[in-house]
Ligand binder design. Structure first.
Ligand SMILES: [Zn+2]
Length: 286
């Protein structure tokens, strides 16, 4: 088993920012690995040229989970991104390395995939002009925002992720969900957003078509944690539309979970364990 995260660093001909691309923070999310690996090959072969800045590539951030085709082995790496001393178990040494990588970059692009739904989206966790411009450049059709506000009321459920850590160090950082884990197109989504990021920061030429469509932005409004045994009323997919009062889920004792307003469901997890996030609601912004 790999104890070290392998990295590739490319130096542009001119000065510029340091952009860090992360893949497989969750071991079963291979779109980022594909996207970043393709770019590594193209840079090494001279098909793509880095004009400015420094690109640091870490295509497999959880090598143990990646090899086992699983999300994580001991701990969810995207909840423990901080310095661990001593670092124990499988993931804490990786967390230390990711922390160092983030410390040494200016810009982070973290590529993931998800389990129920096919729509590529990004998390806009900071809404300042620089982050909006970065998000716009990535050409991802769906954005989810309001995450931090919603979680501020929900304790520390969402602490220790790559983007929160990067933001705590005043870096520009965005996480892209390239689609469902099994979608072979996910690698392309990741690759295009990586190339778009390099173009946005004037590090390399733009790659191909940019759709430049207006993104649909859904603002997180409510987090539903699963309180006891229960089931969804249908196999909800990320960004499915709902109307206020729709019955979303039913507990074994009959209590219903209703949509609190017209909007969308976000990241439904039919297999959530009691006490964990089950489903979220969001309001669409125009
Ligand atoms: Zn992930």
């Amino acid at each position: 088993m790999e104890k070290e995260i392998k990295t590739w660093t490319f130096q542009g001909r001119q000065a510029g920012p340091r952009l860090l691309a992360l893949g497989a923070i969750h071991g079963n999310e291979k779109c980022g690995t594909e996207a970043i690996s393709r770019l590594i090959v193209e840079l090494e072969a001279g098909i793509v040229t880095l004009d400015a800045g420094t690109l640091i590539c870490a295509p497999i951030c959880n090598p143990a989970a990646y090899a086992a085709h699983t999300r994580f082995v001991d701990e969810n790496l995207n909840r423990i991104i901080r310095r661990h001393a001593p670092a124990t178990g499988i993931e804490q040494p990786y967390a230390n390395q990711v922390t160092t990588l983030i410390d040494n970059c200016d810009i982070l692009l973290d590529l993931h995939s998800y389990s129920a739904g096919i729509k590529p989206f990004l998390f806009l966790d900071r809404e300042d002009d620089a982050h909006r411009a970065y998000a716009t450049a990535l050409d991802i059709p769906y954005w989810v925002t309001g995450w931090n506000d919603a979680y501020a009321k929900a304790g520390e459920l969402n602490d220790g992720d790559t983007v929160s850590y990067a933001h705590s160090q005043d870096k520009l950082a965005i996480l892209v969900e390239c689609g469902i884990h099994t979608d072979p197109a996910g690698g392309n989504v990741g690759y295009n957003s990586l190339r778009a990021a390099l173009a946005h920061f004037k590090m390399a030429a733009a790659s191909s078509t940019v759709y430049a469509q207006k993104p649909l932005i859904s603002r997180l409004s409510q987090i539903i944690a699963k309180q006891r045994n229960g089931e969804f009323t249908q196999p909800w997919q990320h960004l499915d539309n709902v109307k206020k009062g729709d019955v979303i889920a039913r507990y074994a004792d009959g209590e219903e979970v209703l949509a609190p307003h017209d909007g969308v469901v976000i990241l439904p997890d039919a297999k959530a364990k009691t006490g964990n996030e089950w489903i979220y609601f969001g309001r669409n912004e125009s």
